[in-house]
Design a protein around this ligand. Structure first.
Ligand SMILES: Nc1nc2c(c(=O)[nH]1)N=C([C@H](O)[C@H](O)COP(=O)(O)OP(=O)(O)OP(=O)(O)O)CN2
Length: 128
């Protein structure tokens, strides 16, 4: 399989209000988020140009990030508690239809942390 990735950035605030009140992330705070979109295809499925998909096709995702996530309060944008894990899963749900080759979404809140949703047959959706 061939894999391509493209990285996107946005800044947003959130409150993880399902955490106990003593937890620092139960207070409103913000992150400079990084999202990596990971797309895969078999060698025989590449385009004539040799692409999994043109990186430029991800401009639609960039526009959505800018309009939907950037400088927003994520609790007002998504129904699930806006953890990095939920964000990665939700982005995959929102974009797998547009990009069928999308196999994983990576979300970083800090330079040392990543949450990754990797599509798997028979996988289940998170609750709450
Ligand atoms: N599994 C998860 N754990 C945490 C999440 C998350 O989304 N998923 N989110 C947070 C906070 O929102 C934030 O990311 C703080 O993370 P943390 O690494 O704990 O905080 P620091 O950057 O201050 O790291 P230090 O190692 O304490 O310096 C928390 N956990």
């Amino acid at each position: 399989m061939l894999t391509i990735t493209k990285e996107f950035h946005f800044s947003a605030s959130h409150v993880l209000d399902k955490l106990p009140s003593w937890h620092k992330c139960a207070r409103p705070h913000g992150h400079n988020y990084v999202v990596v979109m990971e797309l895969c295809a078999a060698p025989e499925a590449l385009t004539d140009a040799g692409f999994v998909r043109d990186y430029g096709d991800l401009d639609a995702f960039r526009k959505w990030v800018d309009e939907t996530l950037d400088h927003r309060h994520l609790n007002e944008v998504m129904e699930l508690s806006p953890s990095a894990e939920h964000l990665a899963w939700w982005i995959h749900q929102e974009w797998a239809g547009t990009y069928p080759e999308l196999v994983a979404v990576w979300v970083s809140e800090t330079p040392r942390t990543w949450a990754i949703y990797r599509a798997a047959q028979g996988g289940s959706a998170p609750v709450g």
